[in-house]
Ligand binder design. Structure first.
Ligand code: MN
Length: 248
């Protein structure tokens, strides 16, 4: 089995090393990740400058671009064979609810999925988490199960959030929908050395829609939250409303 690994925290991130250790045991691994921390990059492609693919001493490839660039470049220009699966992570911090819109971790997996490859985004649900190996083991388990019984409807795009604890202390899996957060915190103004006002993007909002059946709730209960994602943003219930406005 051929596995392509990427992330958004950068090629030096501990979560990526954990994934590489875990997947090397079950297949042929290629790592292509951003040269810098590109958390929050979402699905952006770099179109205003060329990309460079370089190799670190540990064999990981890194790119002066986004997570999406990395998977796009790897699959369409670098690898001789299309990988069997793309795994992104293990992200330092959860990607639940609205986070999935901004997440570069989810984006790297999404790029694989858009290219027709089953893909998994894995995040460790803790601010300063340590159990990356737990999350990596979960990712391997999910990939093996998918490959054992690939669903007829085609590749999956899974968003997975793993509680930060030893594998044996996980309370099992739960397949859940994304929750929702409250509105984000406002930007934080600061003064730069030249006396100009600058702004830091503030924190994400606290969990709002976080009851049973959501990713927030599952992780809170110590379970691995697994959400199959789709990419069609069409708001089907509003199709009729907008048609009415337009007199159609
Ligand atoms: Mn990140």
């Amino acid at each position: 089995m051929r596995i392509l690994l990427s992330n958004d925290d950068g090629y030096f991130a501990p979560g990526l090393a954990a994934l590489e250790r875990a997947f090397s045991r079950i297949g042929e691994v290629t790592v292509v990740a951003p040269e810098a921390d590109r958390s929050g990059a979402s699905n952006s492609l770099t179109l205003d400058r060329p990309l460079m693919l370089r190799k670190a001493p540990n064999g990981f490839y890194f790119v002066n671009g986004t997570p999406t660039d990395c998977v796009h470049l790897a699959v369409t220009g670098m690898l001789e064979h299309v990988p069997d699966v793309v795994v992104s992570g293990v992200n330092a911090g959860s990607n639940m609810g609205d986070d999935t819109i901004y997440s570069g971790t989810v984006a790297a997996a999404t790029e694989g999925y858009l290219l027709g490859i089953p893909a998994v985004a894995v995040s460790l649900a803790a601010k300063n988490g340590v159990h990356y190996d737990t999350a990596a083991r979960v990712a391997v388990e999910l990939v093996e199960r998918w490959l054992d019984a690939p669903p007829a409807e085609g590749p999956v795009l899974l968003n997975v959030n793993v509680p930060d604890r030893p594998f044996e202390q996980l309370q099992g899996y739960e397949v859940v929908r994304l929750g929702r957060r409250h509105k984000a915190e406002p930007v934080i103004p600061a003064r730069n050395p030249r006396g100009e006002t600058v702004y830091w993007v503030g924190a994400a909002g606290a969990a709002a829609d976080a009851g049973p059946g959501t990713d927030f709730f599952a992780v809170e209960q110590g379970r691995v939250a697994v959400t199959p994602l789709q990419l069609d943003l069409t708001h089907r219930e509003q199709l009729g409303t907008v048609q009415t406005w337009l007199g159609l």
